[in-house]
Design a protein around this ligand. Structure first.
Ligand SMILES: [Zn+2]
Length: 132
């Protein structure tokens, strides 16, 4: 289990470093663009994108945190849905996963169905051509 913990800590460090360097970059970009009307819209869009990325990183950090907690509490590697042990291969590939393969597939299938239902009025071709 040590290698997974190391990997989680490594991922945590990488995300924090990325956030740090992104923040520096966006700070420079914003201060450099001040007073430029043309770039103003771009700047807003970049900021939105940056916030979006931050949120995603935040979620990832939480997942990593959760996994590290679980390792300490000795509950790591157990599917939160069915209580079965998650395969080690899967844990190494996705160290912060909370679900086993079966439950994850089930979850994705359920999501897919609900999405297809909500898209029913626009298209029911079953293809992904409607996706942006
Ligand atoms: Zn499961």
């Amino acid at each position: 289990m040590e290698e997974i913990k190391d990997k989680l800590l490594e991922m945590q460090k990488t995300i924090l470093n990325d956030l740090e360097s992104d923040r520096d970059k966006s700070k420079t970009a914003i201060s450099g663009d001040i007073g430029d009307d043309i770039d103003h819209a771009n700047e807003d869009r970049n900021r939105e994108l940056y916030q979006l990325l931050c949120e995603r990183d935040q979620v990832k950090l939480e997942q990593i945190h959760h996994a590290l907690d679980a390792i300490d509490a000795n509950t790591y590697g157990v599917c939160e849905d069915c209580g079965e042990k998650i395969g080690k291969k899967r844990l190494i590939a996705l160290p912060f996963t909370k679900l086993c393969v079966d439950c994850k597939n089930e979850e994705e299938r359920t999501k897919g169905i609900s999405r297809a239902t909500s898209d029913l009025s626009s298209s029911f071709s079953g293809s992904d051509t409607g996706e942006l």
